[in-house]
Design a protein around this ligand. Structure first.
Ligand code: UTP
Length: 463
């Protein structure tokens, strides 16, 4: 077996992957052989060779303009919010909506030792992110008299614990056939200086999930795509697990998507500062695309209009509606999503077999991003939302400036406090409140549930 593997590895200079073969027992050898056979070394070699090809991004960014968008304050939007809400609500009532939640990331910045979706985020209740999302889906289904299925993507890094967590909590109330958990693929990490694939143990290759864009292949490969179609779902509402405020199945957003006959729609917020760490949704040659913040040259990011506003103002919050016909078409195109390069710290074993924990980024990882579907989508649209009502991502460990657990909890409590106050409830700024979506999904539902004049003086969970 070793000879066969060496023959496969030699053309790419990757023979070191079997350097510890003699130390491995037969099960470990079989497992390593399986890993090696699954890797497309030709692809890895090509990606590594082109790792520094970024010149085209700078040129592209230079030509980028702001995207046409449904803006919060714009009077000239093609459709009114009422029109959009009616249209979106009809799609929901007709059972055409499903939800796709991507939760395969390793959450390295947060430093939580479980899948990020398990993080207890409810400001009073301590509910997990997964529970918050699922309860919104169930509540939306009840509102429109349908069952909205959830397709949940994990990765080998998060799969088993996620499945166990959902089982332990009876899927947080979702019916068994309304939840499908499927696992995305992986890509090996390579040494940044040499392009050699890293071993994280003598018998194991260092791999990471292949990016949220891995969703496309995973949907098709797991059979989920077919199930979704067979169920009559026509539009998938896409969200990422870390956004605690995402307005799941937002019918106004869905309505703009449908009225515009868009194949892929994206929520954006107005960037507060030029270098904010959000993907930049821009228009180039009449096509929408997203340029990562790390790829946008500073001088382009800082360009301003005469009134002082940013030219490239639209920051993606990675909330989409996707048309199923479009996804089916794209799933057949293996080349449609390029791989991006990320420099990361990856623990590895050195030639002597010693495990090394690097202090600085030593490795390159390859990831696909779902937003790269944008230029291929017909009539793609952008819809601006208010971040206070729709965006509070959990990214960083306590102590960072933003996107930390404390910050996210404060954003959630602030939203719920606003909803309560709009219903005439008295609640002070320093009193944490937390509303279960099954009790009220928005400010209007809060107003139906509670007496104006009610005073809330202690932390309270409305459920
Ligand atoms: P991020 O890019 O923020 O990555 O993912 P992350 O893994 O959560 O955190 P860091 O960068 O390691 O600190 C954005 C969303 O995409 C999902 C994540 O789970 C999160 O919902 N994702 C990311 C995947 O589903 N798969 C991936 O391979 C990468």
């Amino acid at each position: 077996m070793k000879t066969e593997l060496l023959a496969r590895l030699a053309p790419y200079g990757q023979q070191h992957l079997v350097a510890f073969w003699e130390r491995l027992d037969s099960a470990a050898r079989r497992s390593l052989a399986r890993q090696i056979r699954e890797i497309d070394f030709e692809l890895i070699a090509r990606l590594y060779r082109h790792k520094d090809d970024r010149s085209d991004i700078g040129e592209l960014a230079d030509r980028a303009g702001p995207p046409p968008a449904f803006q919060l304050e714009a009077a000239e939007n093609r459709f009114s919010p009422e029109q959009a809400r009616d249209c979106g609500a009809r799609a929901a009532t007709d059972g055409h909506l499903g939800v796709i939640l991507v939760a395969g990331g390793q959450g390295s910045r947060l430093g939580f030792e479980h899948p990020k979706g398990m993080f207890p985020i409810g400001p009073v209740s301590g509910r997990s992110l997964f529970q918050v999302h699922v309860e919104k889906i169930i509540a939306a289904g009840r509102r429109y008299g349908v069952r909205i299925p959830l397709y949940l993507m994990t990765s080998p890094a998060t799969h088993d614990e996620t499945v166990e967590f959902f089982t332990r909590h009876d899927r947080f109330g979702l019916a068994e056939d309304d939840l499908k958990i499927f696992c995305q693929g992986t890509m090996p990490a390579v040494d940044a200086a040499t392009g050699k694939v890293l071993l994280d143990q003598p018998g194991h290759i260092a791999v990471g999930p292949d990016g949220h864009g891995g969703m496309l292949a995973a949907l098709a490969g797991s059979g989920a795509l077919e199930e979704i179609e067979q169920r009559g779902i026509r539009h998938l509402f896409y969200l990422q697990v870390d956004n605690s405020l995402v307005d799941i199945c937002a019918v106004e957003f869905v309505g703009y998507h449908l009225l515009s006959e868009s194949e892929l729609s994206t929520q954006v917020v107005t960037k507060r500062e030029p270098l904010e760490k959000l993907g930049n949704v821009v228009e180039v040659d009449g096509k929408l695309m997203t340029i990562e913040y790390s790829d946008l040259p500073d001088d382009v990011a800082r360009r301003r209009n005469a009134d002082g506003s940013l030219v490239l103002w639209a920051g993606s919050i990675a909330v989409h509606v996707m048309d199923m016909v479009f996804l089916r078409r794209m799933a057949g195109r293996n080349d449609i999503l390029p791989f991006h390069i990320a420099q990361k710290k990856v623990g590895y074993v050195d030639p002597s077999g010693r495990r090394i924990e690097p202090e600085a980024p030593n490795a390159i990882k390859f990831e696909r991003f779902i937003f790269d579907l944008m230029p291929s989508a017909a009539n793609a649209i952008v819809v601006e939302v208010d971040p206070a009502e729709a965006f509070a991502p959990l990214k960083n460990a306590p102590g960072a400036e933003q996107d930390t657990p404390e910050w996210v909890k404060a954003q959630m409590a602030a939203q719920h406090r606003r909803w309560l106050r709009r219903a005439g409830v008295e609640v002070a700024d320093d009193v944490p409140v937390d509303i279960c979506p099954l009790w009220a999904l928005d400010a209007d539902e809060v107003a139906e549930k509670i007496e104006p004049g009610t005073r809330v003086t202690e932390p309270r969970y409305f459920c």
